[in-house]
Write a protein that binds this ligand. Structure first.
Ligand code: FMN
Ligand code: SF4
Ligand code: SF4
Length: 352
C-alpha cells in the first residue's frame, strides 16, 4: 500500500487517501461521502479499512495527497486499533486531516455534539513527530451507536442526523480542497481537556468492563458470523458458544450485525457485580483492614481491580450457566437490550 510523501500544496490536492476504522458504519459513511465528493471533482481517491490493513506493511511514495484518518471515539479517545495504526504509520510529510465520529443525538432541529476528549491531541502529537503536517481536526456527530448504554435512535432521527452530517461533510470537503485548514475541533478544546482523566480511566479499566458485557443469548444458532467479522478477533467459541475476551473494543459491530439479534448486554450481571464490588471493598477496608482511604482516586483504583477480577470470574461462570435454560432466561430477561423498544443501530450495510 502506498502513501504519498510530498504534500505542501496549499491550494488544493490531486489525491486523497482515506484510512478509516468503523464499528457500525458511521466513520465508514463519512469516508465514503468524502470519496464520492473526491470522485465528482476528478480527484484520485484511495480508501482503506484500518482493520484490514497490515500495520507493518504501510509504505510511503511520492506525489500530492491529502491523508485523512477517521475513526469513532470510544471513551473520549480513539479506540486502541486506531491508536495502534497511527503509532505504526510510517514517517512522511503529507498534510493530514484527523476526523472522528462521535455520539450525536437530536434535540428539536439540532444535532447535539459528542465529546472527542484526547483523541486529536494525542494523535496529532504522534503524527507531527513523524513529520506530518496536521491541517484539520474535524468531529462529526453521527447517530450514537452505544447500544449497551442507551436504546437505538429511531429511523427518523437517524435519517435527520445523517442528512445534517452529509451537508457538513460537503462543507468541510470544499474547505479542505480549496487549500484551507479546518480545525473545527478547537471549538470543544476546554471540555476535551477537562474530560481527559476519564479517557485514561476508560482506556485502562472501562473498556475491559464493557468487553465483558456481551453474551450470546438462547437465540444464538452458532453461525459464527460474529467471530468472523470482529475487527480485532476478540470472540472465541468456547463450549459451542461465542465468548467475549478482554480484547474486545466494544465497537458494537457484532451486536448490531448478528442475524438473530442474539447478542445482548448483561445489565443484570453488571449491576450485581457493581454492588458486590462496593460491598467487598467496604467490608475489606472497614472490618478487616480497618483502613480509612480518603483519596477518591485510590478508592476508584481499588474498586476497578476488585470489579475486573469479579467480572472475569463471573463472566466465565455466566458462560457455563447459560447452558441451563432457566438461568439463561434469567440473564436474558435482565438484559435491557433484549426488549423490543431497545433496538439496534447500523449506519450502512456491510456490503457497501
Ligand atoms: C464503547 C463506546 C464508547 C463511546 N464513547 C464515546 C465518547 O467518548 N464520546 C462520544 O462522543 N461518543 C462515544 N461513543 C459513540 C460513538 O463514537 C459514535 O456513535 C460513533 O459515531 C460510532 O462510529 P462507528 O459507527 O463508525 O463505529 C462511544 C461508543 C461506544 C460503542
Ligand atoms: S452472529 Fe449471532 S447467531 Fe451467529 S454465532 Fe454470533 S451471536 Fe450467535
Ligand atoms: S467483539 Fe464485537 S464489539 Fe468487540 S471488537 Fe469485536 S465486533 Fe467489536
Amino acid at each position: 500500500m502506498k502513501i504519498d510523501r510530498i504534500s505542501e500544496k496549499m491550494n488544493g490536492y490531486d489525491k486523497l487517501v482515506i484510512f478509516y476504522f468503523s464499528g457500525t458504519g458511521n466513520a465508514k459513511q463519512i469516508a465514503l461521502w468524502f470519496s464520492e465528493l473526491a470522485i465528482k471533482r476528478h480527484i484520485d481517491c484511495q480508501i482503506f479499512d484500518i482493520s484490514k490493513t497490515d500495520i507493518n506493511k504501510i509504505e510511503t511514495s511520492s506525489s500530492d495527497a491529502l491523508v485523512v484518518i477517521i475513526s469513532p471515539i470510544h471513551g473520549f479517545n480513539y479506540p486502541k486499533i486506531t491508536l495502534n495504526f497511527i503509532e505504526h504509520f510510517p514517517k512522511g510529510k503529507n498534510n493530514v486531516v484527523l476526523m472522528n465520529t462521535r455520539a450525536g443525538m437530536k434535540i428539536g432541529r439540532f444535532v447535539t455534539p459528542g465529546l472527542t476528549g484526547i483523541a486529536f491531541m494525542l494523535s496529532s502529537l504522534i503524527l507531527k513527530k513523524k513529520g506530518y503536517r496536521i491541517v484539520g481536526q474535524i468531529p462529526f456527530d453521527m447517530p450514537s451507536n452505544w447500544i449497551s448504554i442507551h436504546p437505538a435512535l429511531n429511523e427518523n432521527t437517524v435519517n435527520f442526523i445523517h442528512e445534517e452530517n452529509y451537508k457538513r461533510a460537503t462543507k468541510h470537503f470544499n474547505r479542505l480542497f480549496s487549500g484551507e485548514s479546518d480545525f473545527l475541533a478547537y471549538r470543544d478544546i476546554v471540555q476535551d481537556i477537562l474530560i481527559s482523566p476519564v479517557s485514561l480511566g476508560y482506556y485502562f479499566a472501562g473498556k475491559y468492563f464493557f468487553a465483558k458485557s456481551f453474551y450470546a443469548s438462547i437465540n444464538c444458532d452458532n453461525c459464527g458470523l460474529c467471530v468472523k467479522q470482529c475487527p480485532v478477533k476478540a470472540i472465541k467459541i468456547i463450549n459451542y458458544r461465542p465468548y467475549w475476551t478482554f480484547k474486545c473494543e466494544s465497537c458494537m459491530k457484532c451486536m448490531n450485525s448478528c442475524p438473530k439479534k442474539a447478542i445482548e448486554t448483561a445489565h443484570g450481571l453488571l449491576v450485581a457485580i457493581s454492588i458486590l464490588s462496593s460491598t467487598i471493598i467496604t467490608i475489606l477496608l472497614n472490618n478487616i483492614l480497618k483502613f480509612n482511604i480518603q483519596s477518591g482516586l485510590i478508592r476508584f483504583l481499588l474498586f476497578s481491580i476488585v470489579f475486573l477480577a469479579l467480572l472475569w470470574i463471573l463472566y466465565r461462570l455466566q458462560h457455563l450457566l447459560l447452558r441451563n435454560k432457566l438461568i439463561g432466561k434469567l440473564i436474558f430477561y435482565t438484559s435491557l437490550t433484549h426488549y423490543k423498544f431497545w433496538g439496534r443501530y447500523k449506519s450502512i450495510s456491510d456490503c457497501k
